[in-house]
Design a protein around this ligand. Structure first.
Ligand SMILES: CC(C)(COP(=O)(O)OP(=O)(O)OC[C@H]1O[C@@H](n2cnc3c(N)ncnc32)[C@H](O)[C@@H]1OP(=O)(O)O)[C@@H](O)C(=O)NCCC(=O)NCCS
Length: 157
């Protein structure tokens, strides 16, 4: 698999707002994720209830993940990687970063919802140890997946 040398994943800051919104708009056109507009990204980045991580190469954002703290869990709301940079491990690095963040925060679980038709995302999460929790027939079918934190420690060492 081709990897990107010099890729960094870190907490997004205000200067990342525009690029994240731009990437969100681009990937939302595929019909899988919601579009986060500039004002919304700006609001979430400033809010203590949300945690946004960005994967950067030089100063270019190649992927992001948006999550929120909810009832002792880190709930992943969206993850997106630039289309021509997929399959290079960026999604995996972003989610591992979130897992590390959840551990640092002392949270119990990382949770996400994935459309049943979204095989790349299902493989990404199950490959990192996420387990199926619920299935809903809404939205054409989606799974709720969770990773209990204590047992995930060995994953990210
Ligand atoms: C899902 C998504 C974030 C994955 O990002 P990525 O950077 O391509 O993923 P990675 O390269 O890190 O791959 C991680 C794992 O995902 C799975 N995967 C990635 N692309 C895949 C594909 N096209 N088909 C099947 N599995 C795939 C594999 O299990 C892979 O692990 P492996 O390389 O050890 O086999 C990306 O495809 C994307 O942005 N999709 C559109 C938006 C979306 O679906 N977001 C998720 C919403 S829940």
């Amino acid at each position: 698999m081709k990897r990107i040398i010099g890729l960094r994943v870190q907490k997004a800051t205000r200067k990342d707002v525009y690029q994240i919104a731009e990437l969100s708009s681009e990937v939302a056109k595929e019909g899988i994720i919601k579009e986060f507009k500039t004002e919304e990204v700006s609001e979430l980045i400033s809010s203590e209830k949300y945690y946004i991580a960005a994967a950067k190469h030089d100063e270019e954002i190649l992927g992001y993940t948006i999550s929120t703290y909810s009832w002792g869990k880190l709930h992943i709301l969206d993850t997106a990687v630039k289309r021509d940079k997929r399959g290079m491990g960026i999604g995996k690095i972003l989610i591992k970063h979130l897992i590390s963040h959840a551990i640092e925060k002392g949270l119990l679980e990382v949770y996400c919802e994935v459309l049943a038709k979204n095989i790349p995302a299902l493989n990404l999460f199950t490959g990192l140890g996420f387990r199926f929790k619920i299935f809903s027939t809404l939205l054409g079918g989606f799974y709720g997946l969770y990773l209990p934190i204590k047992k995930s420690n060995e994953l990210i060492k």
